[in-house]
Design a protein around this ligand. Structure first.
Ligand code: FAD
Length: 438
């Protein structure tokens, strides 16, 4: 049975790995010149580093299981994370409950309230009643204006920009839960990272697919999915400017929903589901620096004057010794696709950002910069609206033998490689069951 998988990100590759292991004849078509999609890496000097910062949480059971199955568990290392908040022109430690109690931008009573509400959300199991309320409304109602204006509101705005009032409460609940679940008894956040980057996982999946006689193709952009009598029949792709058509029995499409809609027409109900979650893009710089920028791995920026939302200093999680003694700093922003930032010249944007880095750390100067890399991701973050459980596009599309798997199906958790792997597992189970029934 010939299976064509569209997209060589973590979802597509995991599906291909499991299907090829189960004897299916799989081919992965990836439009880009690299595999791994959002979890892919670039090479800086002789080491790999993700295009967008990546880590694993302690409760990311699916990815931990896959890493183990692929024999990579000796590479999975756990590190103590550290969080900082830049607010009111000062930098605050925000890693543990004690740090929260010392967080001056809000009153003591609200610090206690913030801690109790965080604990409440962490303990809460039933998120269903949250479906009908936006995170924005819930925070204002239960945490009040000060906490909203000085802590959670800016974080929502920073992550979801113009959509920050639309994001549903289950997203916020799951974010709090995940970040707490990854803490040790002392309250420190512990995060996982593969010794040689996520590229280790991507390469291992590819090696296994090929060992199982599957095929993986780069620079193959699928341009349409063809059907005959309501069933999948073929796909068309373009490679080196040449269009080709190949027959196929099954298509698994892991492209973002807005791309899927361009490949084939669905009925109105399914089209609406593919449109229910909008996407935000991400604009990410990777700076290789001579010196450490801050003491924190993750720094939230709560300052309207600063044009980026966060700084992730990878070498404050993983030792700089692994990167030739240099420091790796990500500057990140989640933005709507039409945002002016995406139109700016990279060098011009970097200059603006560097001036703002200086506001956060006055000692920082251009001499620290050894090299940089810029990456824009278009399907970085789905914006999950209220009452989403009835709007999620099903894995089994209305077209026979066309299955869909992407980050808009991750709910109520926030998107992440762990949940992409979970979806891949569900696709494989569904397909095996279909074939068993034939
Ligand atoms: C900045 C950033 C930081 C992140 N940090 C973390 C983290 O710390 N931990 C974590 O677990 N997750 C993190 N994530 C999320 C995680 O990377 C994604 O959830 C996951 O990689 C999504 O995988 P995917 O395969 O579903 O989608 P993608 O990675 O988007 O892959 C889809 C693939 O389909 C290809 N494609 C699209 N259209 C076509 C077509 N027509 N023909 C052929 N190919 C096509 C694309 O080129 C792409 O490679 C982060 C994401 C971003 C953007």
């Amino acid at each position: 049975m010939k299976v064509s998988i569209i997209g060589g990100g973590i979802t597509g590759l995991t599906v291909a790995y499991y299907l090829s292991k189960n004897g299916f004849d799989v081919t992965v078509y990836e439009s880009s010149y690299f595999f791994g999609g959002q979890a892919s890496s670039i090479k800086i000097d002789e080491y790999n580093i993700e295009r967008g910062y990546h880590h694993i949480f302690k409760n990311d059971y699916e990815i931990i299981k896959l890493i183990d199955e692929l024999g990579l568990n000796q590479s999975l290392e756990w590190h103590k994370s550290s969080v900082g908040m830049y607010a009111n022109g000062s930098l605050y430690k925000f890693s543990t409950p004690i740090d929260l109690l010392k967080y001056k931008p809000i009153s003591l009573i609200n610090r206690i309230r913030l801690g109790l509400l965080s604990l409440y959300l962490q303990k809460k199991k039933n998120w269903k009643p949250y479906e009908a309320i936006s995170a924005n409304k819930w925070i204002l109602k239960y945490a009040g204006k000060e906490i909203y204006n000085r802590v959670w509101g800016p974080l929502l705005k920073a992550k979801f920009g113009i959509y920050h009032k639309e994001i549903a409460m289950p997203w916020f609940w799951s974010k709090m839960k995940t970040r707490f679940a990854s803490r040790n008894k002392r309250g420190d956040e512990i995060l996982g990272y593969l010794k040689y980057s996520f590229e280790e996982l991507i390469n291992s999946l590819i090696d296994n697919i090929e060992e199982n006689s599957g095929k993986v193709k780069l620079n193959h952009k699928v341009t349409s999915i063809g059907q005959e009598k309501g069933r999948i029949d073929n796909i068309e792709y373009i490679c080196d400017g040449i269009k080709k058509k190949v027959k196929t029995d099954i298509v698994i499409c892991t492209a973002p929903s807005y791309e899927i809609k361009k490949l084939i027409n669905f009925n109105q109900k399914y089209t609406d589901k593919l449109s229910a979650a909008k996407y935000l893009g991400a604009s990410v710089f990777i700076l290789k620096l001579r010196k450490q920028f801050s003491p924190y791995y993750w720094m939230n920026i709560i300052d309207d004057e600063i044009p980026f939302l966060g700084l992730i200093e990878h070498t404050n999680l993983v030792s700089k010794d692994r990167y030739g003694g240099n420091h790796i700093l990500y500057i990140t922003n989640y933005l709507s696709h039409t945002d002016e930032i995406f139109k700016k010249d990279t060098k011009e944007l970097l200059d603006i950002y560097m001036k703002n880095l200086k506001k956060i750390n006055p000692e920082f100067n251009k001499e620290w910069l050894l090299s940089y890399h810029y990456n824009a991701v278009s399907a970085a973050q789905p914006v999950i609206p209220k009452n989403y459980s009835s709007l999620i596009p099903e894995i089994e599309s209305p077209i026979e033998n066309l299955l869909i798997g992407n980050t808009t199906q991750i709910y109520p958790e926030d998107r992440g490689t762990n949940y992409s792997i979970k979806i891949a597992g569900e696709i494989v189970s569904l397909l095996k069951e279909k074939v068993r029934k034939l």
